[in-house]
Ligand binder design. Structure first.
Ligand code: A2P
Length: 302
């Protein structure tokens, strides 16, 4: 095993391997299997990625016992009012007896009968939002899935502290999300959201931990200097910062060498943590944007 092998304790009692394999745009079964072979034990997919069949095949055929793997998939926005149907469709594509985590991909419900099955738009090009639907109802339906025995935990994604407060305060909410998956990296460290989630016992997972396409964070002077001083790669510095602050990460790479080296994390010293924390004092940005995500992050930006 490379790296520290750190895991995060979920409010269900299960453990989430801290560094996971992001599969957005990964369609090749062999490359997903390769990731598992290299040591990834958390595999993150979604209905929206259109690769649940490939991910499921890789999980079934990889040779690693199912109970050693943590598999996540997500409910897409056009399925908020069809939770059971979406879940059954994902399970059929995955071909697995159970999944470890089922997430609401976004708080936004999109029109299930619009002009596109996943990204419906209005004539003016904006997202066709299902205005008569509230994610509180989606969550109530997701809670029922736990009774099937085929979902070990339920979670949310792209939830702000405002939306989490609303969800937790709802009379129908009996289950606290196990995980909230959001964009998280040194340009968007989300200190307020991290503290909030820690207080509520919700694990925060960061997507685009290197800053997404072209990995801009790897060019930061402070990151490069620290990597040289510690004999690590810039990506290991960023990912180790994320894991040391108690979050999970799902870095993406199509290159097996980088996939392996991204798993090789270390425990970062407090003074180095502070240096990386400071990056957002000069550069703050959200990199991943979508029309259905507009207005959903409230004042949690930094
Ligand atoms: P590649 O697939 O060619 O490795 P994020 O996880 O933030 O979405 O970032 C993914 C981007 O970072 C991809 O473009 C990926 O390219 C690149 N990347 C991933 N790991 C590394 C690494 N260790 N060193 C350099 N670039 C990396």
């Amino acid at each position: 095993m490379v790296g520290t092998g750190r895991t995060l304790l979920l409010n269900t009692g299960a453990r989430l391997p801290a560094i996971g394999l992001g599969t957005y745009e990964a369609r090749d079964v062999a490359s997903i299997k390769k990731g598992i072979e290299l040591g990834y034990r958390q595999i993150d997919t979604a209905m929206y990625y259109l690769n649940e069949a490939e991910v499921g095949q890789a999980v079934r055929e990889c040779g690693v016992p199912r109970e050693e793997l943590f598999v996540t998939t997500k409910l897409w926005c056009t399925f908020h009012s069809r939770v059971r149907e979406s879940f059954e469709s994902s399970m059929e594509k995955l071909g697995l007896e159970y999944i470890d985590l089922f997430m609401m991909h976004w708080p936004t419900a999109l029109n299930p009968n619009g002009n596109h099955p996943y990204e419906p738009t209005l004539p003016d090009g904006s997202s066709d939002i299902q205005k008569d639907w509230d994610f509180i109802k989606t969550w109530a339906d997701m809670q029922k899935l736990l009774d099937t025995g085929r979902v070990r935990a339920i979670g949310v994604s792209n939830f702000s502290t405002v939306n989490l407060d609303k969800l937790l305060a709802a009379p129908t909410t009996t289950v606290v999300p196990a995980v909230n998956q959001v964009e998280l990296h040194p340009y968007l460290p989300q200190f307020k959201l991290l503290n909030y989630c820690k207080e509520k016992g919700i694990v925060l997972t960061g997507y685009s931990p290197l800053g997404s396409v072209s990995a801009p964070l790897l060019q930061e002077k402070v990151v490069i200097e620290m990597a040289e001083r510690l004999g690590k790669t810039p990506a290991q510095v960023i990912l180790s910062w994320a894991v040391t602050r108690g979050t999970s990460v799902i870095p993406k790479s199509v290159n097996p060498q980088r996939q392996l080296s991204n798993l090789d994390d270390f425990v970062m010293a407090p003074e180095d943590m502070a240096l990386i924390d400071d990056i957002s004092k000069t550069t703050q940005k959200r990199i991943v944007t979508s029309s259905w995500g507009q207005g959903t992050f409230h004042d949690d930006e930094f």
